[in-house]
Design a protein around this ligand. Structure first.
Ligand SMILES: Nc1ncnc2c1ncn2[C@@H]1O[C@H](COP(=O)(O)OP(=O)(O)OP(=O)(O)O)[C@@H](O)[C@H]1O
Length: 952
């Protein structure tokens, strides 16, 4: 079933770039979910991806001119006619060994019975693997099918092969152009009926242009989600699409909609958590601006809707505006870019209700607090505070306008189109209330923010001719001291001097301007980073309340995607390292573990190659000669500089295939997603991330509780010192663990946590760099698809057996469906009997030593039968129970009626007796009265007669 919105929306923009595919009649446009048995037409393994030839851009194009009157003239017309005639010729050898069905044999658009073309999947044979493009190309050209052709611009166009001679083909493009091209440069396209399939696994020809076209076809109709085997691909629509809300939540819950969606992924996670009693994880990745955070929120919405009820779900959802305000900022790539990684673990009770949650954050980009590039902004909360703080708060914090703060002014960007910072501030305050951050604490938080902003305005004045400086005791300095609750003089000292210990003596060193500015900025960054950590801690305390855990959870990971800019620094170094780790996790689950499992279970399995990024990870993590170890080592040296670090890397790592030393202070790493050149400037300083003891002591001496808490947290940081006493700055440095080491250990913990879960992967794709709806840049999308190995995943999934179940579990789950009684038989025999009874084709499954392996869709059919049967059983049981209950009720009713009639008879008889008695009494009374009256009358008459008779 398909989304109603999509069904009503028309095909838009299909003329753009790769829009030359034949427009399918409306009645066929939405044939997305093909019948299972139709999906595997074409060999499942015959989908090699040939980048080398097709991407060169030099396709040997010769343009043939066509007369304007449409008369193509002699030779070309002849070839066209031949071409058409050729396509009707008998089948020739296909590169798909063992596949009897060719493209032309499939039902074309307009065929009435699509299912009738269904053909069983040919079994996978090793000989099928390894076909290269050349094979397919020759097949395509021989068959004169429509093919993709890459223009010099890099975009793909769909052309119809008109004729082929030797290594050259003549193709016609939709705009009427006729081109003579190298046959090797053509890539076969899928028949129209497969346009816009909702799972890339259904494509007969799995190649880059076909995948690009399929995604674009769907994207143009606001169908932004597509399955790539087990992975969900989500293309950022950059506009509101009507795919969300209660209607869709209900529909996905009831399974009345089956189109790919984040809701479907969240639903699967809940079901698998309940069914398998295993924790789940939803891992969302993609470039900056690809839609990760939005996707995570959509998944959270679904989980909250299904697992809600206790009220904690509202708190969980309200963490989003808080974290976004404090951890997101406008960058050139995304107006709401998360500058930290986030893992939210949602806990469920035994009844499947949300019982609590826990948030873990990773590597906040601290440097943004003190500097950001032109056109970008610092963290949203600063602008929100300045725009939305009520008068009383403004006065209390002595708040100014955004352009009065140097930290905010430097990038020349104060607002975001369509965003009302004042309104956002109101939302954040409301959210803070919901997560139980008290009003006093909220005020302290705002005071810290104001202090950070004011710190940026603190300036220094030269005090001697040795360039030593002192903070200017102006309004800014006084205000910072007031906001954090310290003495102005102490603050001045902390910013302009440094206490050092030389031998047994304590000496005070005055700072130069650049040292003082660094100290000021380091203090501002530390206060902000500590504030962020503190807030997350408060949120976690609130979300942990009332938690009665079953140990079951669903974790959602929204972590920064791979980054490669013109200039890449320490931040990109860490982010890309994190992405290497995540890619390894992805590879492990989708390639390595899968293949290992086949081998272990003795499955007849054709290996699929994939790019293992282990070498790159080793380059980062190897001890003692890996990037991270060498960085830490250099960070501990008093005289270590970015330059000596870069030289050290070149000296030790030049032989590593993933590493290349560059000129000056740069080096290049071959990441899974491409090569990135890093400039080591600032690496050591950022890795040390020092906050001098003087600054910490200043914070701990403050009268406000937040700075005190920050100071004690910093002092309590445990671990083996990586940077410290040896460092030339001297003194006891606060940061005992280097940033890289801390990040590495966080990543390791994260991986361990994820390793114990069943992962669900969502790959977000950014269709253009302008955050604009409707624009789809093929090159950009392709690069992202390549980065995350989407095509390889589809290849492995459709040539493999994605569903598996142990013999025991299978027999237990489906055994009751057997017509014969097999209670005494072993699980394997029961399993085989089930497979036979349900006529599952031998090529659709494999029986391993311990498990059964199924191709996609097979277990679904069995599940359906199981569900139908269970429903049938339930129905019979309910009918029987109903009948029983009705009979019992009738019996009771009869008994009751009898009893009632007895009771009523008895009661009536009693009443009658009373009545009779009363009647009789009345008669007696009447008799007496009447007798007395008669006697009285008689006596009167008698007396009167006597009087008359006496004649007196
Ligand atoms: N499903 C969606 N529907 C509508 N708009 C979306 C959707 N997903 C993303 N967007 C738009 O794209 C913007 C960027 O998305 P988002 O912030 O989630 O990207 P991201 O991948 O998390 O980026 P970063 O790594 O920089 O944090 C959003 O602010 C929103 O405008």
């Amino acid at each position: 079933m398909h989304l109603p919105k999509a069904q009503t929306s028309g095909l838009r923009n299909t003329e753009e770039k790769m829009s030359q595919k034949t427009v399918v009649p409306p009645s066929h446009r939405f044939t997305k979910s093909l019948p299972v048995d139709f999906r595997f037409m074409g060999s499942p393994t015959s989908d090699p991806i040939g980048y080398a030839d097709v991407n060169s851009g030099n396709n040997g194009v010769t343009s043939l001119s066509v007369p304007e009157n449409g008369d193509s003239g002699g030779k070309v017309v002849e070839k066209i006619e031949n071409g058409v005639a050729d396509s009707d010729q008998a089948n020739e050898d296909s590169p798909y060994i063992g596949n009897a069905i060719l493209v032309e044999d499939r039902p074309s658009v307009g065929d009435e019975d699509v299912d009738s073309a269904a053909t069983p999947l040919p079994s996978v044979s090793k000989s099928n693997i390894g076909c290269r493009w050349s094979d397919i190309t020759s097949y395509a050209t021989k068959k004169k099918v429509q093919s993709w052709f890459q223009l010099p611009s890099g975009n793909w166009e769909l052309g119809r092969i008109m004729s082929t001679s030797g290594i050259e083909s003549i193709i016609s493009l939709p705009d009427g152009k006729i081109l003579k091209v190298n046959s090797d440069s053509l890539i076969p396209a899928n028949p129209d009926i497969l346009d816009g399939v909702d799972d890339l696994m259904q494509l007969s020809f799995l190649n880059e242009p076909s995948v690009l076209f399929n995604l674009q076809y769907r994207y143009n109709q606001d169908m932004i989600y597509t399955k790539a085997g087990p992975v969900l691909v989500a293309i950022n629509p950059f506009k509101k699409v009507s795919l969300y809300g209660n209607y869709y939540i209900e529909a996905y819950k009831n399974k009345s909609i089956e189109s790919p969606h984040v809701y479907a992924i969240a639903d699967t996670a809940i079901r698998e958590m309940t069914r398998d009693e295993v924790n789940q994880s939803i891992i969302i990745s993609g470039e900056s601006g690809a839609g990760k955070t939005e996707t995570a929120k959509i998944a959270m919405q679904y989980l909250a809707a299904l697992g809600g009820g206790s009220g904690i779900e509202d708190e969980i959802l309200k963490t989003n505006p808080i974290l976004e305000a404090f951890g997101n900022a406008k960058t050139l790539r995304n107006d709401n870019s998360s500058r930290f990684g986030k893992l939210i673990e949602i806990h469920f009770s035994e009844t499947g209700k949300i019982s609590g949650a826990k948030i873990q954050t990773f590597l906040l980009e601290k440097s943004r607090v003190v500097q950001c590039a032109e056109g970008e902004r610092s963290y949203h909360i600063f602008y929100q505070l300045c725009a939305g703080a009520p008068r009383a708060l403004r006065e209390k914090l002595n708040l100014k306008d955004v352009d009065d703060y140097k930290y905010l002014k430097q990038s020349n960007c104060y607002s975001i189109a369509g965003v009302d910072d004042a309104e956002q501030f109101r939302i954040v305050k409301e959210a803070l209330d919901v997560v139980h951050v008290s009003k006093e604490d909220q005020e302290s938080v705002f005071a810290m923010l104001a202090a950070v902003l004011c710190l940026g305005n603190v300036s220094f004045a030269m005090i001697d001719n040795e360039n030593h400086v002192e903070a200017v005791a102006d309004e800014s300095l006084i205000n910072v001291a007031k906001l954090i609750g310290c003495d102005t003089a102490d603050l001045n000292l902390a910013l302009s001097t440094r206490k050092m210990r030389v031998g047994n003596d304590n000496i005070v060193q005055k700072l130069t301007l650049s040292q003082a500015v660094d100290t000021r900025d380091a203090l501002a960054k530390s206060i902000y980073a500590c504030l962020f950590e503190w807030l997350v801690e408060q949120i976690n305390k609130s979300l942990a309340v009332g938690k009665w855990r079953t140990g079951r959870s669903i974790s959602i990971l929204d972590i920064y995607g791979f980054e490669s800019f013109d200039r890449n620094s320490f931040e990109q170094f860490c982010i890309n390292y994190a992405n290497e780790r995540l890619q390894q996790h992805f590879n492990r689950h989708l390639f390595k573990l899968e293949q290992e499992e086949y081998i272990q279970d003795g499955i007849d399995w054709a290996k699929v190659d994939f790019d293992d990024n282990q070498d790159c990870l080793t380059l980062f993590e190897k001890k003692p000669l890996g990037l991270l170890s060498l960085l830490d080592e250099e960070s501990t040296f008093p005289n270590g500089t970015d330059f000596t670090f870069a030289n050290k890397l070149k000296q030790h790592l030049n032989s590593n295939s993933c590493f290349r030393g560059e000129r000056e202070k740069a080096f290049t790493v071959s990441h899974f997603a491409g090569e990135v050149t890093y400039d080591t400037t600032g690496f050591l300083e950022k890795n040390r991330d020092l906050l001098h003891l003087d600054s910490i002591q200043l914070l701990s001496s403050c009268s406000c509780h937040l700075p005190q808490t920050f100071a004690s947290n910093m002092l309590n940081q445990s671990g083996k010192p990586v940077v410290g006493p040896l460092h030339k700055a001297g003194g006891a440095d606060s940061q005992k663990l280097s940033v890289a080491t801390k990040f590495k250990s966080q990543l390791f913990q994260l991986m361990q946590r994820l390793e114990s879960t069943t992962p669900h992967f969502i790959r977000c794709i950014k269709p253009n760099n302008f955050q604009s709806p409707g624009s789809y840049e093929q090159g950009l999308v392709l690069q992202q698809l390549r980065c995350c190995g989407v095509l390889e995943v589809v290849r492995i999934s459709r040539s493999g057996f994605p569903t598996r179940m142990s013999h025991q579990k299978f027999a237990k789950r489906y055994g009751f469906l057997l017509l014969e009684n097999v209670a005494s038989q072993d699980p394997l025999s029961v399993s085989v009997a089930i497979l036979h009874q349900f006529n599952i084709l031998p090529e659709m499954y494999q029986v391993g030593y311990t498990k059964l392996f199924f191709r996609t869709g097979q277990i679904g059919a069995l599940e359906d039968t199981r569900n139908h049967t269970l429903h049938g059983i339930l129905r019979v049981q309910s009918c029987f129970r109903g009948h029983q209950a009705r009979s019992h009720f009738k019996e009771l009713q009869r008994g009751t009626a009898t009893l009632q009639s007895f009771v009523r008879g008895q009661k009536t008889r009693k009443e009658f007796a009373v009545l009779l008695q009363r009647h009789r009494a009345a008669v007696v009374i009447q008799k007496q009265i009447k007798g007395r009256n008669a006697r009285k009358t008689f006596k009167n008459i008698n007396n009167a007669s006597l009087v008359i008779q006496s004649g007196k």
